[in-house]
Design a protein around this ligand. Structure first.
Ligand code: HAM
Length: 431
């Protein structure tokens, strides 16, 4: 029978990779806790309407990339393509934003029907942070500081660049879009089909084009900063000033517009050269209009989301996962005499209780001495506890402990002293 395969662009995360994910997740939860952010969890499936109203009808995500379907009641639902819309919907529905400030974080799978390639998948995972009820720019700087701390903890700071831009209000962007449409109307010969399609619906998306001819036209197009209102400008100037004081480096990128419609004022992306084409690791900005757009009261808001697959790729390619993290087994119990199976398993549990931070693997499935030792070495353990002899009444008295390195140092020890001896052997002061 033909074997079934995973869906294209949806990855299995196998044990050698999941340890990198665990390292990442541990680092995230440590950092968000340090900044006082609280976790929120919300469904993977929402009404399609939620994403249309927040991300925008004329965006790539809503037009081309959503996994949408009618459920058995005929309600149109979508797998979430991002976290902000669901987070805001959940917070608003449960009264979290009413006259309150909130600092929230989430993580989990998102779904976009994009063309899969390295760093771009159809199921991917985001770690996101959303801060609601604060006008900024102090809170904008705080969330950027949080991201900066993550990079520092992951030792990736030198490989990431923060790009920022001021995209003004939605009215500013409407005026700008009109100016862009007028400009592109005079350049239709140089535009490709995609750009021609977008010229009247969402001309700002043309600015992301990778087509060389289109790019040469874009270079002479009007720039958004010329259309931005004075309040946005002063918000952006204060933000830059505060980033300077916080020691967070950035570059201004006048072409950075982001692919979701809910943003206003400052937007940003952290990018890297270490990943090839999919170099954006994190994206975010302010979205002061979104809560109102979804039926709530006007609520200031900002945040970002990190693409976790891209960070895992970065950590892996740059060799930034600490070796201690990659280690899963520390002690291997080899039970050479099968009559000692039950006692060996009890001994393994005593060791697990005495060394709760270590991994103790007990050989199962029998095997001769050599084959068990082979497994012990390939498990990555530092020490093997070898059970070979029993005393005349079938009771386990002694074990051999052996260092699994080139020294092969070994020692016969009393079972009653096993934890003390292992502690000495492993040079552990506190189990
Ligand atoms: P986004 O820029 O669409 O923003 O996605 C954020 C990050 O998710 C990207 O920078 C990228 O690292 C990762 N990502 C996006 N699509 C894929 C994909 N197909 N495969 C792998 N990784 C991907 C948002 O989603 C906003 N909700 C961010 C935000 C939060 N803004 C305010 N708060």
């Amino acid at each position: 029978m033909k074997k079934l395969q995973a869906i294209r662009g949806m990855n299995d995360i196998l044990p050698d990779q999941s340890i990198i994910w665990q390292f990442l997740e541990k680092t995230f939860s440590r950092v968000v806790r340090r900044f006082g952010y609280q976790e929120i969890r919300f469904p993977v499936v929402e009404q399609t309407q939620l994403f249309k109203r927040s991300i925008g009808e004329v965006t790539d995500i809503v037009e081309k990339e959503m996994y949408s379907f009618d459920d058995r009641n005929g309600v149109n639902l979508s797998l979430r393509p991002e976290g902000t819309a669901g987070c805001v919907r959940a917070g608003e529905q449960n009264g979290l934003f009413y006259n309150q400030q909130r600092r929230l974080w989430y993580q989990g799978p998102m779904f976009r029907h994009e063309r899969p390639q390295k760093g771009r998948y159809r199921q991917f995972h985001q770690f996101g942070v959303e801060a609601l009820g604060m006008p900024g720019p102090d809170i904008d700087v705080e969330v950027l500081q949080l991201a900066d701390t993550l990079w520092h903890e992951l030792k990736l700071k030198d490989h990431l660049t923060l790009e920022i831009n001021n995209i003004g209000s939605s009215e500013d962007r409407k005026t700008y879009a009109t100016a862009l449409t007028e400009f592109f109307t005079t350049k239709t010969k140089m535009l490709d089909e995609d750009a021609l399609n977008r010229m009247h619906t969402n001309p700002m998306r043309i600015l992301d084009s990778k087509n060389e001819d289109v790019r040469s036209v874009i270079n002479t197009a009007p720039v958004l900063s010329d259309f931005v209102n004075d309040d946005s400008k002063s918000h952006f100037d204060s933000l830059k000033d505060m980033l300077d004081r916080a020691g967070i480096n950035y570059v201004e990128n006048a072409r950075l517009v982001r692919g979701l419609d809910y943003y206003n004022n400052c937007v940003y992306e952290w990018t890297t050269n270490a990943l090839g084409a999919q170099g954006t690791v994190c994206g975010g900005g302010r979205y002061d209009g979104l809560v109102e757009q979804l039926g709530g009261r006007k609520t200031y808001a900002c945040g970002f989301a990190i693409g976790m697959e891209r960070l895992v790729l970065m950590l892996d390619t740059l060799g930034k996962v600490p070796s201690s993290q990659l280690k899963q087994v520390d002690i291997y119990i080899a039970i050479v005499n099968q009559d000692l199976m039950s006692e060996g398993m009890s001994l393994a549990n005593i060791i697990r209780n005495d060394f709760p931070n270590l991994g103790t693997l007990c050989n199962c499935g029998g095997g001769k001495f050599n084959s068990q030792m082979k497994k012990a070495y390939s498990s990555g353990a530092d020490v093997a506890v070898i059970l070979e002899e029993e005393s005349c009444d079938g009771k386990l008295i002694n074990a051999k402990i052996r260092r699994l390195d080139d020294s092969n140092e070994s020692k016969i020890v009393k079972i009653s002293d096993i934890s003390k001896e292992l502690r000495d052997f492993l040079k552990i002061s506190d189990g």
